[in-house]
Design a protein around this ligand. Structure first.
Ligand code: HMG
Ligand code: MG
Length: 305
């Protein structure tokens, strides 16, 4: 579909819903297993086709994800939906395989300090650690997604060079990740920086292998997503109700709300396969459980209509 001589947008975009993982991992209150399962069921009922449903990390580091094995064991799996999880090491992958996770993700960073704080090792060490994990996942026929954190700034180091992001992205891609999700972990990016980032990273790997993952701390995420779309990105990570944050990135607020992304895309004539009304209900339900207001502007507007 073409809207102007210069800019063309796709007919459809894939949404990777990360609320049950990126969203809930940062909650201080304990969330009942039944509430997690209900959230995931509500999301897939709304048409979400990829849900990051948990994380096989150290329960000492991220207590909120400690019941991920139970989440996957009890998921009401819907045909055609991919249920994925984060796995930082072999131990995590073994736990994920034991409960039939469809797909896993490894997560590195473009910032040394963030890598240390988040996964307790250097960038080089993390890449070394991911190799046997990748080999094991391939033996089991499991696809592996790769995350790169701090692509537009780091809570400890400030500015991050797009070249560094490109290097880490390429290392993960060359290792066998089928897609690289570029994470603006602390939501500091602005549109022209997003453009520069994508232009740099796509010299190292094809744009069709990239996804974007914006936290909305500074309210820039939708503008950045629009810029990413204009530069050929077709996969967007988001969290229902704008849930979330990263426990190892102080001040990082939630991901951009899926409702707001879907409203923008549908308004541009871009399909997502998601029913916005049902998605808003899924968001309202989890926020009622958490006892907080949604971060989604669209949910706020449509629920008061
Ligand atoms: P470590 O302490 O260096 O690891 O942590 P270790 O191998 O020395 O093990 C220490 C303990 O952890 C041992 O237990 C292990 O058994 C256990 P102990 O003997 O002390 O009782 N352990 C595990 N337990 C369960 N599952 C595992 C596992 N591995 C070790 N897989 C480690 C290294 C990577 C494990 C740790 O640093 C960790 O779990 N980090 C996870 C941090 C995290 O989950 N952060 C949030 C996700 S990333 C994110 O949000 C960013 C993203 O959204 C993109 C963006 O926004 O930019 C993806
Ligand atoms: Mg994140």
């Amino acid at each position: 579909m073409s809207h102007s001589p210069q800019i063309s947008y796709p007919n459809s975009v894939k949404i990777v819903e990360v609320g049950p993982r990126d969203g809930l991992q940062n909650e201080s209150q304990t969330i009942a297993l039944a509430d997690k399962l209900q959230l995931i069921a509500n999301l897939t009922d709304a048409g979400v086709q990829h849900v990051e449903a948990g994380s096989f990390v150290s329960p000492k580091w991220v207590p909120q994800m400690a019941d991920s094995s139970s989440v996957f064991a009890q998921l009401p799996r819907k045909a055609g939906v991919t249920y994925s999880a984060l796995t930082p090491n072999i131990k995590g992958l073994e736990a994920a395989l034991a409960v039939n996770v469809d797909e896993v993700a490894i997560f590195g960073a473009a910032s040394e300090s963030f890598s240390q704080k988040n996964i307790n090792c250097s960038i080089a060490e993390s890449l070394k650690r991911f190799k046997p994990l990748m080999a094991m996942a391939q033996r089991h026929g499991i696809r592996v997604r790769g995350y790169v954190s701090c692509v537009l700034g780091c809570p400890y180091e400030g500015d991050i060079s797009p070249t560094k992001v490109a290097q880490v992205s390429k290392a993960l891609f060359d290792m066998g990740c089928y897609e690289i999700s570029l994470g603006d972990t602390i939501g500091v990016g602005t549109p022209l920086k997003t453009q520069q980032l994508i232009e740099t990273v796509r010299q190292a790997l094809p744009t069709s292998k990239l996804a974007v993952h914006f936290h909305d701390t500074y309210g820039q995420a939708l503008a950045n997503i629009l810029m990413a779309l204009q530069h050929g990105i077709r996969v967007i990570d988001s969290a229902v109700a704008g849930l979330g944050g990263c426990p190892y990135a102080k001040g990082a607020s939630g991901n951009i709300a899926t409702e707001d992304v879907v409203y923008m895309l549908h308004g541009m004539g871009i399909e997502t396969g998601i029913d916005l009304t049902k998605l808003i209900k899924a968001g309202k339900n989890i926020m009622t459980t958490l006892g907080r207001e949604s971060h989604s502007k669209v949910a706020g507007a449509l629920l008061t209509e």
